[in-house]
Ligand binder design. Sequence first.
Ligand code: PBG
Length: 336
Amino acid sequence: MTYRHPRFPVYRPRRLRRNGNIRRLVSESSLDCSDLIWPIFVCEHSDRATEVSSMPGVRRLTIDHAEGAAAEAAQLGIPCIALFPEVSAVDKSDDCREAWNPDSLANRATRQIKARVPEVLVMLDVALDPYNAAGHDGLVEDGEIVNDPTLRCLQKQALSHADAGADILGPSDMMDGRIGAIRHALDKGGHASVLILSYAAKFASAFYGPFRDAIGSGSVLVGDKKTYQMDPANSDEACRMVARDLSEGADMVMVKPGMPYLDVCQRVKSEFRVPTFAYQVSGEYAMLRAAADQGHIDLDSAVMESLLAFKRAGCDGILTYFAQFAARKLADRNSR
Ligand code: PBG
C-alpha cells in the first residue's frame, strides 16, 4: 500500500470510533446466526443426560432432547448442528463395528431429527474414536494406528451416516487418503449430494480434553494422537493438507482448534478461497466459561469477540459450543 494518511491533527482516527452508528458503518466483519454450526453431544439414556463436568453449561442430550435442540436451532436461524454420540462401553470394540451400524446412536438421532426438523442440516463426524476400545480415530494393530485398513471402516461409516440422512460428513480422523475414499464410496452408494467438510488442518491439541470427557473416549485413549493429527508448530503443512483434501473432493475445509490457530485460518482462506471453517473446540469453551465463572471476564462480550475474530480471520463459519448462546444474543441485538 502506497497510500499515506495525513498526519495529526488532520488525521484523527478516533472520528471513526465516535459512536455506535459510525462504528457499525465502518466495521469490516460481522457475525451472523448463519455463520454458526452447533455441536451437540447425544447420549442413549436419560441417566447420562447430565452436564459435562469440564464444560459447565453443556449437557449431553437424549435423542428426544437433541430433536428439541434442533428445533431451537431452526428457530434461531442456526443452519447446521453437528451430532457427537457418547457411545457406551459395550459398543466400543477393537474392530469398531458399531461405527457403521445402521441403528447406532448417531444414525438413530440423525433419522429422527431429519424426520422432524428437516430444515436443519445435520453434520456427523467420520472417525472411529467413539467406537474404538483404544479411543483412537483409526484401527490399532500391534500398538500402531493403521492407515489403509481404517479407510475401509471410514467408507462404511460414511455410507451408514449418509443412509441415515446426514447432510454433511466431517472426516475428523486425519488418515491419509480418507477424503478420496469417502467421496468414492458416497458417489458409488448413491450419495453424490452429501457434502464433505474435511477436518483438513487438525492439530494434535491439548484443547480436546473436555470433548473426550463428554463422549467418554478420553479415559480409554491409549497414548496420544500425534502420529496422525498435526504438529502445532506447522502451518505450511496445514496448507498442504487443505490442498490434498480439496484435490480428493472436500467441499469445505476446517481448521481445528480455533483461537490458537487464527493464523492458519487466515492463511487457508487467503491461499485457497474455499469455504473455510474453524472449530472453537471444547477446551476453548472451557477456558472462556471458567474465566467468566470466576468473574475474571464478561462471558457475553468475550464470546462474541472470540467469534467475530474468526470472521475477521476469513472464516465463513464457526463450530462452537456457544452457538445457541451467541444466536440468542444476536437475535436479541437485532430485535432492539
Ligand atoms: C474425534 C473428534 C475430536 C473432536 C472432534 N472430533 C477429538 C479428538 O480428535 O480427539 C474435538 C472437538 C472438541 O474438542 O470440541 N475425531
